[in-house]
Design a binder for this molecule. Sequence first.
Ligand code: TYM
Length: 350
Amino acid sequence: MTDTQTQTKLKIFSGIQPTGRKTLGNYSGGFRQYAQTQEVGEGFFCIVDLHSITVDYDPDELRSSTLDLAAMLFATGLDPERSTIFCQSHVTAHAEAAWLLSSVTSYGQLGRMTQFKDKSENREFIAAGLFTYPVLMAGDILLYQTDVVPIGDDQRQHLELARDVAERFNYRFGETFRVPDGQYPEIGGRIMDLQEPTKKMSTTMSSEQGAVYVADTPDQIRKKFKSAVTDSEREIRYDPAAKAGVSNLLEIMSVATGETIDDLVARFDGSGYGDLKEAVGESVVALLTPIRERFEALRADERELQRLLAVGAEKARRAAEPTLELMYDRMGFVRPDAGRFFGAARPRGL
Ligand code: TYM
């Protein structure tokens, strides 16, 4: 590949938290899109461990769930040869960028983030980091001069904030960042809780029966779908605005099999809810079983996971450094090694 081709390659960045067990929602809005987008550009996929300390957590669990998530990213199709898979805390530019960007982030806008409001509700202690969380996320994205951010619907507001931060920085200090676009799945951008279909399926907020985990066994998956809440009408139809159980099941099946919603509605025309629930359960078993098997094999070799993460961190450091240097420079900081970055190493087009 020539230099110009490398320079024009689409830059893709996404992040995922290493807290708890990853759900079918994370698969639909996250993992699935990561594996697809790595095919069309240069992908950076980040285990955002620094984000995970903003709510109550257990240090030992963080250590082990970070490796779980690394194994899960590879098991769902990320290729370490092709993409950069790394831990946020291994690349110090992320924490530095967050501080610098906090000077161009609006306090009022941070207070309007629905995730902050949801996660801080009814808590005795609210960490300042929970409030500034979206600034760190903006830094994650902007450091890589990202074109596209594949995410689920629940991250839309954070992505809009990252765009505002980029624009404000560019306006205040001169053109520095590419303003990124979000990429949301057409179907499955917001998978709902199986027990409470008006709420999103969530690692932290869903009940055991309400969330399907990527590493669940076939029996667990079948049981969860069997007890999924459906609607009061008997007809199987798709109405996503109603946030109803049946529409959610249809979306899940479409994600699992790749069939369109229209085809599924036609197929289940005249069937009962029991048949639909069973079929959706089986389609998810077929989707997740090979992933769980790969996950278990990869998770067993921690040294290899650590090695792959070290390789990823090195690549990420190199990719992020020119933008961080440019930020410091534009903001008027005297650098210890002035001049080093001004030449070929500048980020694309700047
Ligand atoms: P996180 O870790 O909560 O979720 C990871 C990805 O999964 C998606 N997702 C869902 N998609 C569909 N239906 C659901 N029920 C569902 N639940 C979760 C999320 O939208 C996300 O794409 N703040 C981010 C992590 C982050 C990040 C970033 C993302 C930090 N820095 C930079 C992109 C770019 C988060 O907490 O995602």
